[in-house]
Each structure stands twice: as structure tokens, then as C-alpha cells.
Design a protein around this ligand. Structure first.
Ligand code: FES
Length: 329
């Protein structure tokens, strides 16, 4: 992630997308295709990028899973969850071909490393979506890669036909069982080999823990989470929360953030809206520049360097180590 890229901090292109395709690509997984409602070309995107869709008032992010070299259409896939927070039900139950949706993006919090000479892609379930775009990009750049996808049953394996037709199909291994030991699949670290993982939280953690145990350095490990780990895994326990103030640099207004209250919630009380989606520190929608003060990072999206820089933070869940944070708002 490049912190200097202004598109990562709130600003993103507003899009009107017309639904031109809808297909069930596995049990409880629906793929959608979009074109620009005004028939103009859609913005290009890099592998790993996502768009944010307004799902009837709630913003939800979906990875772009099409070929980045063919951005005339965007493609996403949605896991239909009856107990979800509303976004997937809206997409799966209400959105049909011909509908028009408001969206933002594309933005990329899961980019591929520019200097890799080989890549290992590991996905589970709906986590396959960013990996498809990565496979297309790696194939186009002649970069060696292996992709391993895990599904619990044949009917839950998504994009079977599409992968079977892809020119990179020989680089893909599809697994129909739970993996209890990722060590043989990962192998030892080799310089320039980068690992990308996306899927259920337990799988992501197992893959990353195994890779670290095998000597992979953190800067060669990349993951995208769809939800935050359990509170027990939080870097800072909730009871350590202290109240603090944030200052809006544009007006000088100071806002009190109470114990147990998020910065976003405190700002909303005074009419300042920060874009949000996950509210768990995993999506990056709310990333905000910090101009002064020291953030107390509670997110799972900024990498170690980005957190250490203290120049950005996620106000949906992160707090402050100093009595005052000055925000670029
Ligand atoms: S809303 Fe997703 S990281 Fe803050």
C-alpha cells in the first residue's frame, strides 16, 4: 500500500454501475458483472483491488475478480449470507441484471509486490476472488506462480468453468479438503517469492503462522481479511481504552472521544461523516491522515511500516496514545 496515493484516503472515484451479468458460480456464491451506466470506460484497476458498493445504505467492499487487462467490465462475486450484516443479502436477493448501483473505487489495499519473481496464491471459499485477478496479472507479466484454492465441497468450488478455460489453469490446484498442515504447500522461504492469502480467518492465520515458522519474512506475506479476528486476538484489550480528543485540521474543532466510543462515532455526533464499511479495521474505507499525535492502531489492514509511520490510522477502531490527534479532515 502506498500511503502517498491519495485514492487510499477517502477520495475514490464515484461510479454508477449497470448490472449486465448475474450468475451463481457455486452454492451461495453469486458473480455479478458491471458496465459503466454512462457507457464510458470504467477506471482501470490492479490485481487485488476492490470496489465499494452502496448496498441500500450500507457500503460493502468486493474484490474485482476479472482480468485487470480487460477493465471494460468489472466482475465481483458475493458470498450469500443469511445472517450477514445486510450487504450480501441485498446483493444476492435484490440485485438483478439491468439494475444500477452506486459504487466507489477501485481502490487497492491488497496489491501485489512490484519486485516479485514468483508468487504463491492461497485461497479458501470466497477468498478466491482477488486471486483470480492476481492469476491473470501474473500470467500477463510472465511471472511464475502457483495457486492453491480450498473448498469444503465440490458444489462450493467457485469459478470451476472459468478456471478450466483460463490459460493459466495448469498453475492452479484445487483442494476439496481442509488443510491441516500448510508447510508442504508453502515450502521454505526463497527471496523474491511472495505469498498472498485470502479466505476464512482461521485459514489466513494458519497459513501466515506456518509461513513465519518456515522463515518467510513478514514483508513477503500479504493477506486480505474479510473480518477482524476475535477480540481476544486484538493487539490492545478494550479495557485499556482511554478517552482523548481529535481535532479537525480544516476547522480547528475539537471532538471528545469517550472510552469505548470510536472516533467515527464521536465525529458522527458532530455531523462529520467518515466513509466506513467494515467498522472492524479490515477494509481500509475509513483510513484517515494523522497530522499530529500518535495513533494507537487496532486495525488489521495497515502493515507494520504504515502503522509505525503514524501518518494514517483507521478511526473506525483505532484510538490515540496521545491526549490529542489532529486529523486531516
Ligand atoms: S471501516 Fe473498515 S477499516 Fe475502518
Amino acid at each position: 500500500m502506498n500511503l502517498l496515493d491519495p485514492s487510499l484516503v477517502h477520495a475514490a472515484t464515484a461510479l454508477k454501475l449497470r448490472v449486465v451479468g448475474r450468475e451463481e458460480v457455486a452454492r451461495d456464491i453469486v458473480a455479478f458483472e458491471f458496465e459503466a451506466a454512462d457507457y464510458l470506460p470504467l477506471p482501470g484497476f490492479d490485481a487485488g483491488a476492490h470496489i465499494e458498493i452502496d448496498c441500500d445504505g450500507v457500503a460493502r467492499q468486493y474484490s474485482l475478480c476479472g482480468d485487470p487487462a480487460a477493465p471494460m467490465r468489472y466482475r465481483i462475486a458475493v458470498q450469500c449470507e443469511t445472517n450477514g450484516r445486510g450487504g450480501s443479502r441485498f446483493m444476492c436477493e435484490r440485485v438483478q441484471v439491468g439494475d444500477t448501483l452506486d459504487a466507489f473505487g477501485p481502490r487497492n489495499h491488497f496489491p501485489m509486490h512490484a519486485a516479485q519473481h514468483t508468487a504463491l496464491l492461497v485461497s479458501g471459499g470466497i477468498g478466491i476472488t482477488p486471486m483470480l485477478a492476481m492469476a491473470w496479472a501474473l500470467h500477463a507479466s510472465d511471472t511464475r506462480f502457483e495457486m492453491h484454492d480450498f473448498a469444503s465441497a465440490p458444489e462450493r468450488q467457485a469459478f470451476v468453468d472459468e478456471i478450466a478455460r483460463a490459460p493459466w489453469r495448469a498453475d492452479v490446484t484445487r483442494h476439496l479438503s481442509r488443510c491441516h498442515d500448510f508447510a508442504p504447500l508453502l515450502g521454505g522461504f526463497e527471496a523474491g517469492r511472495h505469498l498472498y492469502v485470502c479466505g476464512p480467518l482461521a485459514m489466513i492465520d494458519a497459513v501466515l503462522d506456518t509461513a513465519r515458522a518456515l522463515g518467510w519474512p513478514d514483508d513477503h506475506l500479504h493477506c486480505e481479511r474479510f473480518a477482524a479476528p476475535s477480540p481476544a486476538a486484538s493487539p490492545t484489550p478494550a479495557q485499556a481504552d482511554q478517552p482523548f480528543e481529535v481535532e479537525l485540521a480544516s476547522t480547528g474543532q475539537r471532538v471528545h472521544v469517550a472510552q469505548g466510543q470510536s472516533v467515527c462515532a464521536a465525529l458522527a455526533e458532530v455531523g462529520v461523516r467518515v466513509p466506513m464499511s467494515c467498522e472492524q479495521g479490515v477494509c481500509g474505507s475509513c483510513i484517515t491522515r494523522v497530522l499530529d499525535g500518535v495513533p494507537d492502531h487496532r486495525d488489521w489492514i495497515l502493515n507494520a511500516d504504515e502503522q509505525a509511520s503514524g501518518k494514517v490510522f483507521t478511526p473506525c477502531c483505532s484510538r490515540s496514545k496521545t491526549p490529542l490527534l489532529v486529523l486531516d479532515l
